[in-house]
Design a protein around this ligand. Structure first.
Ligand SMILES: Cc1cc2nc3c(=O)[nH]c(=O)nc-3n(C[C@H](O)[C@H](O)[C@H](O)COP(=O)(O)OP(=O)(O)OC[C@H]3O[C@@H](n4cnc5c(N)ncnc54)[C@H](O)[C@@H]3O)c2cc1C
Length: 380
């Protein structure tokens, strides 16, 4: 009998595992893949995300330091830089593997290459059924990302407007060519991918090129959007495209049921405008493990696990809620909003502060409404 079983060894599961291990919680983490494994992702790890870690990311995992962004809207483009680092670029297979090693270092058991098929709640414990075994724990954190169905033990399936799809490919290129194209910045191209964007992120030896949207109903043909985006940027060969579901953050969702807690993408914690999920995956995993620790120590009723929802919503729930409002504002009348966004350095500057969590989306939304008034956002 374990105190805690964590399902999924992505950034959320491994962050939960590290906190659990450091607090002496007897923990088993079960991951269906053998690490290092590929994960479709742009690989932008924000300063905000790193601020939650109690260790540094080693230099050999950091491929680029990012100080700015190139924002494109249709044929217009602007480069904007800050005087401090906004994020780093990592390759997820290596980053996730490192995060899992940091969880193991804290003393938890990790079982890789075993898929969890189902979970069942009983009086006083949960049984976790894998392809070949069954395990018991007093608590379970479901950190299995956005593509499973284990989270439906806690809440219903996503509605159509609550998730989207992103496609991504990695295109090899010489580092000097990449630096020549974009240096110390990432490129976001709006107006090409529904209520989302296309991106070109510079990595070590390759570009991550992708397109997608967190709202599937606004991008019914993501593959077509991706192919057009590649062509638009002169990538004319045949590339292997990898698709992945991405939840749309900003909706209030149930996170706890009995002894089950959801974290990361399984909880739906993704910025609705930028698609950033790593910061929230890390933090929610940590908060889930801390809440369990509190419940074990106080021997309180398991209803107290509901505190986890409160903690998530008070730390970043409002931010995600306003990311959704901001996304809707920007994409409601994109010609006007993105053209204004690109002309207005003040707004770009504020937006980059939001990305690093130095300013809230709420502030940005208020500022937009004050400065441009509602008529700016209305269609002619
Ligand atoms: C194309 C794309 C690009 C993105 N780019 C960025 C970006 O640049 N920056 C950013 O911050 N965010 C980005 N995101 C979002 C980010 O990838 C996610 O928010 C983040 O990976 C969530 O972490 P997680 O640990 O919750 O889930 P995951 O990283 O998906 O990890 C879940 C783990 O659970 C395992 N698992 C699943 N089911 C089971 C099971 N039944 N049994 C056992 N194990 C299981 C999986 O193998 C996986 O290892 C992107 C998302 C997509 C789709």
């Amino acid at each position: 009998m374990y105190d805690l079983i964590i399902i999924g060894g992505g950034p959320s599961g491994s962050s939960a595992g590290r906190v659990a291990g450091k607090n002496g919680i007897k923990t088993l983490l079960i991951e269906k893949k053998t690490f290092p494994r590929y994960k479709p992702c742009g690989g932008a790890l924000s300063e905000h995300a790193m601020s939650y870690l109690d260790f540094e990311i080693p230099d050999d995992i950091i491929e680029k330091n990012i100080f700015g962004g190139r924002v494109r809207f249709r044929e217009k483009s602007i480069d904007y830089y800050k005087d401090h680092r906004l994020s780093v670029i990592v390759t997820r297979s290596l980053f996730d593997n490192y995060m899992l090693e940091k969880a193991k270092e804290a003393g938890i058991d990790v079982l890789s290459g075993e898929k969890v098929k189902d979970v069942f709640q009983h009086e006083g414990h949960v049984s976790v059924i894998t392809e070949c075994n069954s395990y018991k724990a007093r608590y379970v954190i479901i950190a299995s990302g956005s593509q499973g169905r284990l989270e439906t033990h806690v809440r219903g399936k996503y509605g159509k407007k609550e998730y989207g799809v992103c496609l991504v490919t990695e295109i090899e290129e010489r580092d000097d060519v990449i630096d020549n194209y974009i240096k110390d910045a990432i490129e976001l191209h709006f107006g090409v991918s529904g209520v989302g964007y296309g991106w070109i992120f510079p990595h070590r030896g390759y570009y991550s090129v992708g397109a997608g949207s967190v709202m599937a109903k606004h991008l019914p043909f993501p593959k077509k959007a991706m192919q057009e985006y590649l062509k638009l940027n002169g990538f004319t060969e045949r590339y292997k495209l990898k698709g992945h579901v991405i939840p749309c953050g900003g909706y209030k969702r149930k996170l706890v049921k009995g002894r089950l807690l959801l974290s990361g993408d399984a909880a739906g914690f993704v910025d609705a405008f930028t698609g950033e999920g790593l910061a929230y995956a890390i933090r929610s995993g940590q908060l889930a493990a801390q809440t369990i620790k509190g419940n074990m120590e106080s021997r309180a009723n398991i209803r107290q696990l509901g505190d986890y929802e409160k903690k998530c919503y008070s730390e970043f729930g409002e931010h995600l809620k306003y990311s959704l409002i901001f996304a809707r504002l920007m994409h409601y009348a994109p010609e006007r909003s993105f053209n204004a966004f690109m002309k207005d350095e003040g707004m770009l500057n504020m937006f980059l502060d939001v990305v690093t969590f130095d300013r809230s989306y709420k502030d940005l939304v208020k500022w937009i409404i004050l400065n441009f008034k509602i008529r700016w956002l209305k269609k002619e």
